[in-house]
Design a protein around this ligand. Sequence first.
Ligand code: GTQ
Length: 343
Amino acid sequence: MELGRLEDLPADYRAALATQHLVPLWPSLRALLPPGTPRPRTQATHWSYEALRPLLLRAGALTPIEKAERRVLVLANPGFGAESMQASAAIYLGMQLLLPGEWAPAHRHTPNAVRMIVEGEGAYTTVDGQKCAMGRGDLVLTPTGLWHEHGHDGDAPVVWLDVLDLPLVHYLEASYHVDGGRQPVTADGGGYTAPGIAPVRGFYGRSDKASPMLRYRWADTRAALEALAARRAGGEPLMVRYVNPETGADAQAILGYGALMLRPGEVLDLPARSPAAVYHLIEGAAELSAGAQRHALAEADTSAVPGYTPVRLANPSPDRPAFLFIADETPLHRKLGVYEERS
Ligand code: GTQ
């Protein structure tokens, strides 16, 4: 049944509704509750690192760190428009540049963040007093409410991918930050690095922190995936998730993070799932098909994929494995009870 349109209503009636801050539901009902499947604003979008890198380095020349605080080019999904600065409904992505000797002062904010390090040596993020070294492929967590600052003692530019749940927290009208200066380093950040081995506080005390582990080294993640590949038959997906090692729960409450390995020549079909996702290529080469869209990912390229979309990942190399970092909205969808998979 075709529902009544706004234009079908007399002008004086519409005006009377407006003065009372009232809106008729029926002209918008189908847009709010579309039949069968959502109509996501998130578009399958690809960002080439080769294309964005010179623009990011130019930002380094154009805007001193003091004028930027965080020197970031945002990966803005065109489905939301440039000013929305979001990759999906809940995911924000940015490429951040820090030059040798630069320092981005401490602040804390309500959105959660992670950094996936793309390029360069010698940078660090100090989170809650823990100095976390940033090496390529490492994942560094800056959970909600914790002080964090970035510094760089190396001699070449460092670039990392920021992933935040900022669009959701902003939508909830809960996004704000507090400025700080330089934080005292209270621990070296090396205390909690090995999953499954909990540093004891006092005598047999466990961590009471929401995210006791703040840095996941790429060497550990890669080794875990290689070990899976050695044990599992071809065709079985090789994926690990970043978890809180004391609880086994997702490392963060809103967005989920994982790493996936594709054997040489492997093709992997992922079912359509309700959460939107981001695929970032750490190593090798990959082809990503999201519905009718197809993107070739070179190293450090990033793609966003809307929810409810089947994904095919392929490694075109006959002799090199491919490694991808995945960020998605799964923890949020599961907590809200809207998580779905369709085959
Ligand atoms: O490094 O603290 O991409 O606060 C956006 C907001 C990075 C950061 C972003 C931030 C940061």
